[in-house]
Ligand binder design. Structure first.
Ligand code: PBG
Length: 327
């Protein structure tokens, strides 16, 4: 008989043969919502433990992130004003550029370091909530590219360490790369949201960022969740366009794509454990249906087992400060 249980007898044996290490907090990125205004730190109803902060209230989360030893923060802006073009996305006085500068100050004061990654998209800034500009009721791909490029250069000017275009416009990575190079930011890395699916799991994020499309949906630019081979084409395109890091998003239902992506590319691979995935775990834990610490450890470990090199997750601080090693 094959006695596979022989190596499961005790924790030392299990540790010895473990194929995947417990996730290192240094491999995690924590998303942060930054809003216009002052003196506000408001919890997002569908994402317990996650807040929208005004720039003057970022001290606590930055200190926690430094204490947690995570790699960095990914910033999303929630501006007070929106317009057709999403012009707030390249406003040097907008919440994201101001937050980048503030976080760098706080890190310097704490003698710590965090990577500050700026998500680059228009949906938080457009009155219609789409990720590109509209022409005749359609999202105009090519007209949207220079706007994304302007937003990326704006984030770079503020001191962001990396930009991450999330709109799924074709050619956006190349447009941003060219603009960054032209503005002198030759060494600023670009993380492509390469294979981003049109997903119900973004629901809580859209509440957090007030970025739900006012008409229609995102299916003409985000991927159809029935497709795996097409995801590999998307990843190959971003690689060709000069992305430094590729991403698969969401995470939990897409580990087949993560595994296939790992086999296809030699670039570092990120997975985004999105808002709805976080909300499910939190809601079940709150209802006493799941052990949150063990669930989070299992979920995060699965991403690395599937082949991810890094994970963007709302669980990052809880994991690093409370759950790490509790599985
Ligand atoms: C904006 C953007 C979204 C997310 C990241 N960037 C929302 C969307 O595409 O509707 C989702 C993140 C999450 O759900 O946690 N383009």
């Amino acid at each position: 008989m094959n006695r596979l249980r022989n190596l499961r007898k005790n924790a030392l044996l299990r540790g010895l043969v473990a194929e995947t290490a417990a996730p290192d907090p240094a491999k995690l990125i924590y998303p942060v919502f930054v809003r216009d205004g002052e003196g506000i730190e408001e919890e997002i109803a569908s994402m317990p433990g996650v807040y929208r902060y005004t720039v003057d209230r970022l001290d606590g989360v930055v200190k926690d992130a430094l204490r947690a030893g995570i790699a960095g923060l990914m910033l999303f802006g929630v501006p007070a004003r929106k317009d057709e073009e999403g012009s707030g996305a390249w406003d040097d006085g907008g919440p994201v550029p101001r937050a980048v500068r503030r976080i760098k100050e706080l890190c310097a004061a704490e003698r710590g370091q965090l990577l500050v990654i700026a998500d680059i998209c228009l949906c938080e800034y457009t009155s219609h909530g789409h990720c590109g500009v509209l022409r005749g009721g359609e999202v105009d791909n090519d007209a949207s590219l220079p706007l994304h490029a302007a937003a990326a250069v704006c984030a770079a000017r503020a001191g962001a360490d990396m930009v991450a275009p999330s709109s799924m416009m074709d050619g956006v990575v190349a447009a941003i790369r060219t603009a960054l190079d032209g503005a002198g930011f030759l060494s600023l890395p670009v993380m492509g949201y390469s294979a981003k699916f049109a997903s119900a799991f973004y629901g809580p994020f859209r509440e957090a960022a007030a970025s739900a499309p006012q008409c229609g949906d995102r299916k003409s630019y985000q991927m159809d969740f029935r497709n795996g081979r097409e995801a590999l084409r998307e990843l190959a395109c971003d690689e060709e366009e000069g992305a430094d890091i590729l991403m698969v998003k969401p995470a939990l239902c897409y580990l087949d794509v993560v595994r296939a992506a790992r086999a296809q590319t030699r670039l570092p691979l990120a997975v985004y454990n999105v808002s709805g995935e976080y909300a499910m775990v939190k809601a079940a834990a709150r209802a006493g249906m799941l052990d949150e610490a063990r669930t989070v450890c299992e979920v995060l470990t699965a991403f690395f087992r599937a082949g991810a090199d890094m994970v963007i997750t709302y669980h990052a601080l809880d994991y690093a400060l409370r759950f790490c090693g509790k599985a």
